[in-house]
Design a protein around this ligand. Structure first.
Ligand code: BT5
Length: 245
């Protein structure tokens, strides 16, 4: 039923974070899906309290989905769904875009970070926060990897520039298509994510002060979407909650 819903996107200017802007709109939405798209954020955030640098020109989007529209089987892998949806949204606009994902929540192009997502729950809603660099690639201020933009991809494949509004509408469309597809099992989502991962990336565990020097490589995902990595001593380890640069 949600599959064909036209995008209900509230456009706002500068906000601290679209996550909080969306929270303030939940009561008025009365259980219907909606989204917030901001021009810029003064306190954009990533996971674990990290900063999401949010100048004007990029996409800052929070999609608010009634919890009841997400099959319980899918809920544990929503970060993976979100990465796949963002990848498809970019590919639907920039034909031939060679975009990849990095476990659990990053969008990658040319080994650089293009975007990321966070999933939060509030009342009867799931809040899917998505940041994608469209025009500007902000320098990272911590140990994160280099950054890139959707319009770097467009330039590389000789296609017109993309706007945050175009991308937001494509994310909306793809997200509800995925949620309405009742044949899409958790296993298939995990397989699709694994197939879209850039396994050539050198990964590092995040530590409270930076990043662990040991280089890791993604090997495979299990049915819950947990990543097994290859360590420098040749042994493997399955990560449950660690986040990686
Ligand atoms: C993420 O966190 O990648 C999730 C980012 C979610 C941002 C969206 S914007 C709309 C909504 N409203 C919000 O306030 N947030 C969401 P994480 O995996 O923890 O990555 C954070 C790390 O990415 C930082 O520590 C930096 O290294 C790097 N980073 C920060 N800003 C970046 C940017 N604009 N582009 C690429 N990398 C960035």
């Amino acid at each position: 039923m949600l599959g064909g819903a036209p995008p209900n996107i509230h456009h706002v200017g500068d906000v601290p974070s679209t996550m909080e802007a969306a929270r303030e709109m939940l009561a008025a939405a009365k259980g219907a899906p909606f989204a917030v798209l901001a021009e810029s954020q003064s306190k954009g955030r990533g996971t674990g309290g990290r900063v999401w640098t949010s100048p004007k020109g990029n996409l800052y989007f929070t999609l608010c989905i009634p919890e009841a529209s997400v099959r319980p089987e899918i809920t544990p892998v929503l970060p993976l769904v979100t990465g796949l949806v963002c990848r498809e949204a970019i590919k639907s606009i920039v034909k031939g875009a060679d975009v990849h994902v990095k476990w659990p929540n990053d969008i990658i192009y040319d080994s650089k970070k293009l975007g990321g997502s966070i999933v939060e729950a509030e009342g009867n809603y799931l809040l899917i926060g998505i940041g994608m660099n469209v025009e500007l690639a902000p320098p990272v201020t911590d140990s994160g990897r280099d950054t890139t933009t959707v319009n770097d991809i467009a330039a590389a494949v000789g296609q017109p520039k993309v706007t945050p509004v175009q991308l937001a509408e494509a994310v909306w469309k793809q997200y509800f298509e995925v949620l309405s597809d009742t044949t899409l099992s958790r296993k298939v989502i995990v397989m699709n994510f694994e197939a879209a991962m850039d396994k050539s990336l050198i990964l590092h565990r995040r530590t409270p002060t930076g990043r662990d020097p040991e280089p890791l490589r993604a090997v495979r995902l299990n049915e819950w979407g947990h990543l097994t990595v290859l360590k420098s001593d040749g042994t493997e380890e399955t990560l449950l909650t660690e986040y990686l640069f």
